[in-house]
Design a protein around this ligand. Structure first.
Ligand code: GLA
Ligand code: GLA
Length: 673
């Protein structure tokens, strides 16, 4: 049974028949296996006092769960789950694949991964297993099954995390055989593979599947892409076999996730996420301070994996231990960051970790209690978050982010550009964020989704550097524009097909006809190029595409000024009305002068009004709606107090007052209904 703290949002209501997961959860990563049981009670008391409503347990404890092969010990875990329950603290259990016991890799060395240079990984760190090893899955499956049997119907266990931050690949012989089999299943014949990879290039032609190597950063573009797709499918199946075991043995109310890592791109997150119940990610700032655009967009990205609310499965209690300078976030910043996450659709915020092990690799990482087991200064701030989550949970119940603007991103396009950047400062994520920031400042809610997602709900869809288009994506984008949507493609878009081959047309490939314009040539820049037109005057710094107009209906919005001769006076951005829809192509990189005007133009063309336009730029505005409610979340990042006039009188949920304006100190938060 979950305790009062966990159900505080519905305090007056009768208890539901089954424990449910509240709309806002505050958590900590807790490692009871690192401490004597006598210590647990003190920790749990402190957690309860801080308003912590769940702990994540077990993801690195395989050696404790199975001290020798086939001998399982879950007594300690059972005690931990029961002890937490007494304090109204629910449990998310981690399956332990990230850290196999020493006996396991000693007895089965074939389960260790092979590094890119051919050496074997070793015991003593994490993720040292081979993600393609059948033996590893057999051994892990057994312990997962034991866990699921033991805790699958436990009322205090609300969910599962599979592994921990998966992503380490293996490059051994067995993996290569599996990759070759994967290719054979995909292509059927070597003729098909040879054609689609253009293996006439450099005599690459394959006459036997077993000749095909693994290439992972420099190689045939078709092979590189297929390797990444194989990796993604393999991670999906690594999660999937565990999901199947858990689902077979556990109550449906126990929801299952794996913790991902924001902009990390080692696998296609859409492929891996599709089988999960919910998406989650580990949100770390590292050096410096919260970057609203980068972090906010990573929340939106994670929300986009399954197009619903997500969890922040880990975040830093002040500081980390792995960055260049592990500075602490400012006083108040951790709380602002937690509410910023909620504003973007997080249901849970969990701190990593509760307390540092006395030994082990991460002794310097931020925690909520010190080596002496008593609260560190940040504890009080977390306690405030706990109290506020309890207050605001019922208001946020049933709400999420509702966007009319989407940004498209996909892993294939990011990989394709990163393998051949052509100008090494051209970073696809940076490009996406350049558009994200001014769009969000006006629209307040942005979805980040893949190019095959349903788009008809959006008035505006912006595709920054959408380099690679599958036939399904092409059809989706064309249908979106024909249906009345406004699609904006930016530089390097629509250059390649599903094989990472160049389209046999100029950019934007299959969309040239609809656009009535095309890219004549692209240029990596070594110096700034002036641009001017409808969006004012500015400079393009990294990349420029010379456009040409081929239809009288296509309008030139921006032109290049004098530069390398080729670009001088040529179109830099064009747009065409297509029925009720519109297709725009931006071939120039925009800057601080032109980008805000371009974005304002996009919104206007799409019939969108800026949301709460008078709010100062240093205040982040997030809106969650649903169940007949509209909640506005404000966080202030200016070092001086900042006032925000509200469009109408609202209830400040944290203070209980009705207000028509709020004044926020630096890192101040308001949750308004
Ligand atoms: C070398 C090689 C060519 C080609 C060019 C590209 O000269 O001989 O095959 O790779 O570089 O600049
Ligand atoms: C990752 C891991 C955690 C911990 C933190 C430290 O997110 O999942 O186990 O190592 O980093 O920041």
């Amino acid at each position: 049974m979950l305790g009062a703290a966990l159900l505080s949002s519905g305090a007056q209501a009768p208890l539901p028949p089954e424990p449910r997961t509240p709309a806002l959860l505050l958590g900590a990563a807790w490692y009871p296996e690192q401490w004597s049981e006598a210590r647990w009670e003190a920790d749990l008391q402190l957690m309860q006092k801080a308003g912590i409503t769940f702990v994540r347990v077990g993801e690195f404890a395989w050696a404790r769960m199975e001290p020798t092969e086939g001998q399982y010990d879950f007594t300690w875990m059972d005690h931990a789950v029961r002890a937490a329950e007494k304090h109204g603290i629910a449990v998310v259990l981690g399956t332990p694949g990230a850290t196999p016991p020493a006996w396991l890799t000693q007895r089965y060395p074939e389960t260790l991964r092979t590094l890119a240079d051919g050496r074997k990984d070793h015991h003593g760190d994490r993720e040292q297993f081979d993600f393609t090893s059948a033996k590893y899955r057999e051994l892990l499956g057994r312990v997962d099954e034991q866990m699921a049997n033991r805790f699958g119907h436990d009322a205090n266990v609300i969910g599962w995390q599979i592994d921990n931050e998966i992503g380490n690949e293996s490059y051994g012989e067995d993996t290569r055989l599996q990759f070759q089999d994967w290719l054979q299943a995909k292509y059927g014949t070597l003729d098909a593979l040879n054609t689609r990879w253009t293996t006439e290039y450099w005599s690459e032609r394959y006459t036997d599947w077993r000749q095909i190597p693994i290439q992972e950063s420099y190689g045939n573009p078709g092979l590189l892409l297929n390797w990444k797709e194989f990796v993604s499918d393999t991670w999906r199946s690594y999660d999937r076999f565990q999901l199947d075991i858990l689902r077979k043995n556990a109550d449906k109310r126990q929801k299952i996730t794996t913790n991902m890592m924001g902009w990390f791109d080692a696998y296609d997150h859409y492929t891996v996420a599709q089988d999960l119940d919910f998406a989650s990610w580990d949100d770390y700032v590292g050096t410096g301070h919260l970057n609203l655009a980068r972090n906010g967009a990573a929340h939106d990205l994670t929300r986009g994996f399954l197009r619903k609310n997500f969890w922040v499965m880990e975040t830093q209690p002040g500081s980390v231990n792995w960055s260049a300078a592990n500075n602490a976030l400012d006083k108040g910043e951790v709380r602002a960051m937690a509410w910023h996450a909620i504003g973007h659709g997080a249901q849970a915020v969990e701190f990593w970790q509760w307390r540092s092990a006395l030994n082990g690799q991460e002794q310097y990482h931020g925690t909520l209690v010190g080596a002496d087991g008593t609260p560190v200064p940040l504890y009080g701030e977390v306690q405030q978050i706990g109290a506020e989550f309890a207050k605001a949970a019922s208001a946020l119940e049933g709400t999420s982010v509702d966007s009319q603007v989407a940004i498209l991103q996909d892993y294939e396009s990011r990989w394709a550009i990163n393998w051949q950047r052509h100008n090494r400062v051209f970073d696809p994520v940076t490009t996406l964020l350049e558009y994200y920031e001014p769009l969000r400042a006006r629209a307040r809610s942005i979805d980040i989704v893949q190019d095959t997602a349903p788009l008809s709900r959006y008035k505006l869809v912006v595709a920054p550097a959408l380099n690679l288009l599958t036939p399904a994506a092409v059809a989706n984008l064309q249908a979106y524009v024909r249906g009345g949507g406004h699609l904006v493609l930016t530089q390097r878009s629509a250059m390649k097909d599903e094989d990472n081959s160049l389209f046999p047309e100029r950019q934007p490939g299959p969309l040239v006809e609809m656009l009535g314009a095309r890219v004549e040539q692209w240029y990596a820049l070594d110096k700034a190029v002036p641009i001017s037109g409808s969006w004012g005057s500015g400079e393009d710094h990294v990349w420029a595409e010379q456009l040409s107009v081929r239809s009288p209906e296509t309008e030139v919005l921006m032109r290049y000024g004098k530069s390398n001769g080729w670009l001088d006076g040529q179109p830099a951005a064009v747009t065409r009305k297509v029925g009720k829809g519109r297709l725009t192509y931006i071939g120039a990189g925009l800057d601080g002068a032109t980008l805000p005007r371009a974005v304002a133009w996009m919104l206007e063309q799409s019939g969108l009004q800026p949301v709460m336009p008078g709010v100062p730029a240093t205040v982040d505005v997030s809106i969650r709606s649903g169940a007949g409610k509209r909640i506005v979340l404000l966080t202030n990042y200016d070092s001086t107090p900042t006032s925000v006039a509200l469009p109408h009188a609202m209830t400040d949920i944290l203070t209980g007052k009705t207000v028509s304006s709020v004044t926020l100190n630096q890192y101040g938060v308001a949750v308004l209904q």
